[in-house]
Design a protein around this ligand. Structure first.
Ligand code: PLP
Length: 398
């Protein structure tokens, strides 16, 4: 009988996404089951004692382990090429659990300046309270990273490509730097997923996910995950089982089924994004398109080297500053005006007044978040309809 958790051969990504993780039960189900149970029962007091004491493997309580959650964890670990995955209640919970597991008071984080807004708040406002400090550097400048490292640096943290300007970090170079300083390198792989980028193969120690985005892919559930080596993940697991940011079995099931079409969806997302980026770049009302898939992008070559494709999030600067950007957004009838991404539905947002609205004017300038900038997370509708929806506002602006 084949063991789906241990293929024993080098399966391709789509096969791993469909065939790994599920340990079939005595019911011989074909589809992955959902175990909506908070606790598990035993044949005897002695068995309960062994399971609680950790002398015997097995389920105790769904804050610790749940078979549906473990199916998702094994499948995502296989896709990222990591020894172990721990699922969490959200992407933010994945980042918090990683920090609690690996850091202590006095430690320092060096992170890229262009990070998800809540990640910056987590580092500054909350980890800061407990004596962990964070320095921010230019994502694409290796010199900047190197200069910010001190003997207290324990964690390097980056999102690549960045949101919404599609800047790219050189992962192997950062991995080399972190190894020389005996620090961990964690990559938030939310924008590309293992279908397009495998940070562990490029030398990173840990991969962080907001499963809320492309792993689900259809905007249904909030969740997260951390993937990496057993030793570090055992610490992350300890945080999750003790502090409680565990993933619900139902959400884990949604993500497990989402992973089955991940490869297919990401190809289609990228194809739509490339066509939209090329069309936008030639539009007279557009001043600049930030997308690492365009040859005009300053890091196109690096992105092509370490990524399988370029993702589906575009930064588009239009004429007329905030007024111009808002007029293009308000002229859409189909696109969803929302800050979310990683959905089959195309979303559009004005970063300067939404996702990056809490930044000061100086911080916005440093981060390249101009008033004329629009972010489009390209979905899977027909490309002609996405274009037509944007053309309405852009043509009026041209
Ligand atoms: C959404 C997001 C997060 C946070 O994930 P949640 O699931 O919303 O908690 C972290 N990093 C990036 C890059 C994101 O886009």
């Amino acid at each position: 009988m084949h063991d789906e958790s241990n293929p024993g051969e080098a399966w391709g990504l789509d096969t791993l996404a469909i065939r790994t993780g599920h340990h079939r039960t005595a019911e011989q189900e074909h589809g992955e089951p959902i175990f909506p149970t908070s606790s598990f029962v035993y044949e005897s007091a002695a068995e309960a004692a062994r399971k609680f004491g950790g002398e015997e493997a097995g389920n105790v309580y769904s804050r610790f382990t749940n078979p549906t959650v473990q199916t998702f964890e094994r499948r995502l670990a296989a896709l990222e090429g990591g020894e172990r995955c721990v699922a969490t209640s959200s992407g933010m919970a994945a980042i918090l659990s990683t920090a609690l597991a690996l850091l202590q008071a006095g430690d320092e984080i060096v992170a890229s300046r262009s990070l998800f807004g809540s990640t910056v708040s987590l580092f500054d406002k909350y980890l800061g309270k407990f004596g962990i400090t964070t320095r921010y550097v230019e994502l694409s400048s290796l010199d900047d990273w190197e200069a910010a490292l001190t003997p207290s640096t324990r964690l390097l943290f980056a999102e690549t490509p960045s949101n919404p300007l599609s800047e790219v970090a050189d992962i192997p170079a950062l991995a080399d730097l972190s190894r020389r300083h005996d620090a961990w390198l964690a990559i938030d792989n939310c924008f590309l997923t293992p279908a397009l980028q495998r940070p562990l193969e490029l030398g990173a120690d840990l991969v962080i996910h907001s499963a809320t985005k492309y792993l689900d892919g259809q905007g249904r559930a909030v969740g997260g995950a951390v993937v990496g080596p057993d030793k570090a993940l055992e610490e992350v697991f300890g945080v999750v089982r003790t502090c409680g940011p565990c993933l619900s079995p139902f959400n884990a099931w949604i993500f497990t089924k989402g992973l089955e079409t991940l490869g297919l969806r990401m190809k289609a997302h990228c194809a739509n994004a490339r066509r939209l980026a090329e069309w936008l770049e030639s539009h007279p009302a557009v001043e600049r398109v930030h997308y690492s898939g365009l040859p005009s992008h300053p890091q196109h070559a690096l992105a092509a080297r370490q990524q399988n494709d370029f993702g589906a999030v575009l930064g588009v600067e239009v004429r007329g500053g905030r007024e111009g950007a808002w007029s293009v957004i308000d002229a859409t009838r189909m696109l969803s005006i929302t800050g979310n991404l990683g959905d089959v539905k195309t979303t559009i947002t004005h970063p300067a007044t939404t996702t990056h609205g809490r930044l000061s004017d100086d911080q916005k300038i440093a981060a390249g978040i101009r008033e004329g900038l629009i972010r489009i997370a390209v979905g899977l509708e027909d490309i002609a309809d996405i274009q037509a929806d944007l053309a309405r506002g852009l043509d009026a602006l041209a």
